[in-house]
Design a protein around this ligand. Structure first.
Ligand SMILES: NC(=O)c1ccc[n+]([C@@H]2O[C@H](COP(=O)([O-])OP(=O)(O)OC[C@H]3O[C@@H](n4cnc5c(N)ncnc54)[C@H](OP(=O)(O)O)[C@@H]3O)[C@@H](O)[C@H]2O)c1
Length: 304
């Protein structure tokens, strides 16, 4: 498969994406709220006022897609979103996820039983202050196998009107196919960035189906992407390496949506500006080589 095989216009780079089968359109540059919780994504933020200001700044600057979960904190991040932004603008899409709870020690045990998922859906509704969750991703554990049982619980909530649309996270191709056979899947959220390219084929397949691909750890997450190629390209473009890493994702495929996470207003502003960065084919070719130069990451680095 050719990389960057779909020509994306400048307008589309910072433009909009409509989730398939819905009237929900979002800008391709959104915001991931996980970094707003305390250290280890556990407990309150060190600087609550700045956390609230980051959320308000994001929406003021046109962000209409926020990624969250009630297990960030836990509860803390959703409560911050509600305090900062409720009543929500009509066009704001809040995407949350279920399938995990937090241990008292900050651990992330999976939680997929009907009772646990019911609790999580109601926690999200209450803490976000919503009557209906906009999109809920079922967060799947790498070794989980079939996803029918937990997904049928979410499908039931969709029929009841508590969930508008369903997505998947942390999934393999077979799990995506299982999911699509059961319910319309509007988005997939997996680990992907310029140095971690295991999902190239999945992105291509989802793009042909019009399904959004929303990379988590788009900047490398807890282990930020480092590359001299990225640094060199950034210096030539007058951008930062993290901006170029995000611009590369926007060029990579038209179904990629950004939810880069930050607790800093300056970084938020930098990230929102990446829709303006155009990468010529020569630079894209250099950046396409980064994954081969970078040692593969261990699965244990996924802390969320
Ligand atoms: N589905 C899943 O399993 C899953 C897993 C992980 C994450 N997620 C979602 O994905 C979103 C994004 O992932 P993430 O926040 O973990 O990782 P990320 O976006 O790859 O990276 C966040 C890190 O990059 C830094 N950063 C952000 N913008 C920057 C900039 N312009 N320049 C320099 N550093 C910058 C942040 O620090 P500062 O705060 O200092 O800016 C933070 O340390 C999360 O918010 C969450 O919603 C989902």
């Amino acid at each position: 498969m050719a990389i960057n095989d779909t020509k994306i216009s400048r307008e589309e780079l910072g433009g909009q994406f409509t989730f398939p089968g819905t009237s929900m359109a979002v800008r391709r540059v959104g915001y991931g709220a996980m970094q707003l919780a305390g250290p280890g994504v556990f407990g309150p933020p060190r600087d609550r006022a700045t956390a609230l200001a980051v959320l308000r700044e994001a929406v003021d600057r046109g962000v209409d897609h926020i990624d969250t979960s009630d297990f960030y904190g836990p509860h803390v991040v959703n409560q911050l979103i509600r305090e900062a932004l409720h009543p929500y603008p009509d066009d704001l899409v809040i995407v949350t996820k279920v399938g995990c709870i937090r241990g008292a020690d900050g651990s992330w045990p999976p939680a997929y039983s009907r009772e646990e998922l019911t609790q999580q859906v109601h926690d999200n509704l209450r803490n976000l202050g919503l009557d209906q969750l906009h999109i809920v991703n079922l967060r799947v554990r790498d070794d989980m196998g079939p996803i029918e049982a937990p997904l049928s619980v979410l499908a039931n909530f969709q029929q009841q009107g508590l969930i508008r649309h369903i997505g998947l996270s942390g999934v393999t191709s077979p799990q995506i196919e299982q999911g699509r056979a059961m319910v319309p899947i509007v988005c997939v959220q997996n680990h992907y960035n310029v140095a971690h390219r295991g999902d190239d084929a999945i992105i291509h397949d989802l793009s042909s189906q019009g399904i959004a691909y929303v990379p988590f750890f788009p900047l490398g997450g807890f282990d930020p992407v480092q590359s001299s190629t990225l640094n060199d390209a950034a210096a030539r473009l007058g951008a930062t390496p993290m901006q170029v890493a995000q611009a590369w994702l926007l060029h990579r495929s038209p179904n990629i949506l950004l939810i880069s996470g930050t607790s800093s207003i300056d970084h938020l502003r930098e990230n929102i500006a990446v829709g303006e960065i155009e990468l010529v084919p020569e630079v894209l070719a250099e950046l396409d080589g980064i994954a081969e130069q970078t040692a593969p990451r261990k699965p244990a680095e996924r802390k969320e």
